[in-house]
Design a protein. Structure first.
Length: 294
């Protein structure tokens, strides 16, 4: 049976994602929000949002950012305004599954109310770990761009030792940086020490920032506070990799004259082809597995 997929909006990562999805057997792909592309996708159906028959879709792929809290979708390659309303969700088929990068209260509530499956891809361990590689490479690129000294021998503190923090710490250490990692759990602190980094308990971060060139936050909560920022040297820079609005007190950093940068969506900026393939691989696995179970 022919499988129907709709891709609604998306950034440069989605160009590779769409190319990868074209390899799926017996699949029709409809694109919404890609009409400004100079080079169209051969054999695919570029359509206006109003003309999309969502009731026939087996899968709907939203941008990494999902929707805003009113259901509006970001369309980088189009001037179309796309809003996914409650009524639009109600029109989806019973077996439709929706893929998004991240979710929010609106998407959670409306998908639950309309009884459709919602899969936030960036919540998955496999996607997050694969994505941490282009994130770390992008972080290295930004560090080189914003400093006038080498990464080698520079003093770096990574806040958080999750899937991104782990990779970022290891990549900077491989370049010869003196890496410290701030974490909460005893197990993480032990692992950080075992890897050769300096382990910093969360409540002691402010005791270490006076000897920090680059402070890199990966925690999506207010953890880089006034206490930590006030002791940073004047040349210190904060890079925040957490999802918007980040985990840094940006107002206080500004008052102190400390450069603080919210570095969003680095995989999509530095390696959109790789990032698109990571997403496509997970979606293809899911759809193929579902086909086998039908």
């Amino acid at each position: 049976m022919m499988q129907q997929i709709a891709v609604i909006g998306g950034d440069a990562r989605y160009l590779e994602l769409i190319r990868q999805l074209q390899a799926l057997p017996d699949t029709t792909i409809s694109l919404v929000g890609f009409d400004k592309l100079e080079q169209g996708f051969t054999g695919l159906n570029q359509t206006d949002f109003a003309d999309l028959d969502q009731g026939r879709m087996d899968a709907v792929i939203l941008p990494i950012t999902g929707t805003d809290r009113q259901g509006y979708v970001e369309t980088v390659f189009s001037d179309q305004t796309v809003q996914l309303t409650d009524e639009w969700f109600e029109g989806l088929g019973d077996n439709t599954v929706i893929f998004t990068g991240i979710s929010n209260d609106y998407l959670d509530a409306v998908s639950k109310a309309s009884n459709v499956g919602l899969i936030p891809l960036l919540n998955r361990d496999d996607v997050a770990i694969y994505n941490s590689i282009p994130t770390a490479e992008g972080m290295i690129m930004m560090a080189i761009e914003h400093t006038d000294y080498t990464i080698h021998s520079s003093r770096i503190i990574v806040v958080g030792f999750g899937r991104v923090g782990n990779t970022v710490a290891n990549k900077f250490a491989a370049l010869g940086a003196k890496v410290s990692v701030c974490a909460k759990s005893i197990m993480d602190l032990a692992r950080i020490t075992e890897l050769g980094h300096t382990a910093i308990p969360f409540d002691e971060l402010h005791n270490f920032t006076n000897e920090c060139d680059l402070l890199i936050n990966t925690v999506p909560a207010k953890v880089v506070t006034k206490d930590a920022i006030q002791y940073l040297p004047p040349h210190g820079i904060i890079f925040d990799l957490a999802s918007n609005p980040g985990g840094t007190d940006f107002d206080y950093a500004r008052k102190r004259g400390i450069k603080a940068i919210l570095s969003k969506s680095l995989p999509g900026i530095v390696a959109p082809k790789t990032a698109g393939k990571i997403l496509a691989d997970v979606i293809k696995q899911f759809l193929l597995k579902r086909e086998e179970n039908i």
